[in-house]
Ligand binder design. Structure first.
Ligand code: ATP
Length: 256
């Protein structure tokens, strides 16, 4: 694997237990800046669990125990002096089901930046809302109805609204957990095109069950099986010339 890229998230010897269930085993992986990394593997192999470790979302589950390190820009986000809210601001997340707040399109985007005092109400906030919606590829479709409910949009538009809401707080990393699995093919295509645009500014880690999607958008792909990272490499290598038999069996549809 080429090493010309900057490491944005350096995960080392990460283990996670849900009670007695050892769900992630000693995961060590460098995730690269301004790249899209796809996490693939059969259901229950730990993809979402791993993704949620990157912004400390698993801290919200009381039975979880984690050890190991997730180092972002030279600082382990699990160090005692790190506040998890600040981690979640730097590492945004987009979920499988579009989940806009029960608020207007405008307020969905403006809510967090206003709450965190990143912008003032009025012109400054208006500009941020417009920029975020533009960057999420949604502005032209919603600019005349910003005060209508976010839930009045189509599923694909709602997902782009959720992406606009995520980028409005200026994260450095965006985690996506099967961001297109609830969408039709045309909306999926728009989100994939958007991901390729967004990686110029952000580091993206995405979970997908869709092999074609991983092949289309991801620079790097990590294959998980039973809580272990089996293989991680440039996407083309994973799909064309995997070195592990399990990877080959999975991508050729022999299991999963
Ligand atoms: N909140 C939770 N509490 C307890 N166990 C959990 C929880 N979430 C996941 N697990 C367990 O952790 C393991 C990994 O699950 P995870 O959801 O990370 O897998 P996944 O690869 O994302 O699966 P899928 O593709 O089906 O979404 C499974 O054994 C699952 O049952």
């Amino acid at each position: 694997m080429s090493n010309e890229n900057n490491i944005k998230i350096d995960v080392s010897e990460l283990n996670l237990w849900y009670g007695d269930n050892h769900a992630l085993h000693n995961i060590t992986v460098p995730l690269y800046e301004n790249k899209i990394t796809a996490l693939i593997g059969p259901s229950g192999c730990g993809k979402s669990t791993f993704l949620r470790c990157l912004n400390r979302m698993n801290d919200l589950i009381s039975t979880v125990k984690i050890d190991g390190a997730v180092v972002i820009d030279n600082k382990n986000v699990y160090d005692k002096d790190v506040d998890e809210v600040s981690v979640r601001k730097r590492v945004g997340m987009v979920f499988q089901q579009p989940n806009p707040f029960p608020k207007s399109i405008y307020d969905n985007v403006a809510y967090a930046p206003l709450k965190h005092h990143q912008v003032r109400k009025g012109k400054e906030c208006d500009e941020l809302v417009e920029k975020s919606l533009r960057d999420a590829g949604l502005w032209e479709e919603v600019k005349d109805k910003l005060h209508e409910p976010g839930t009045s949009l189509s599923g694909g538009q709602q997902q782009r609204l959720c992406i606009a809401r995520t980028i409005a707080v200026k994260p450095e990393i965006i985690l996506m957990d099967e961001p297109t699995s609830a969408l039709d093919p045309i909306s999926t295509e728009k989100i994939e095109a958007l991901m390729l645009e967004l990686k110029k500014k952000y580091t993206i880690i995405t979970v997908t069950h869709n092999m074609q999607q991983a092949a289309r958008v991801a620079d790097y792909t990590a294959f998980f099986h039973l809580g272990k990272l089996i293989e991680y490499d440039e996407t083309e290598t994973i799909f064309v010339n995997p070195s592990n038999k399990k990877t080959e069996d999975y991508i050729t549809g022999r299991f999963g």
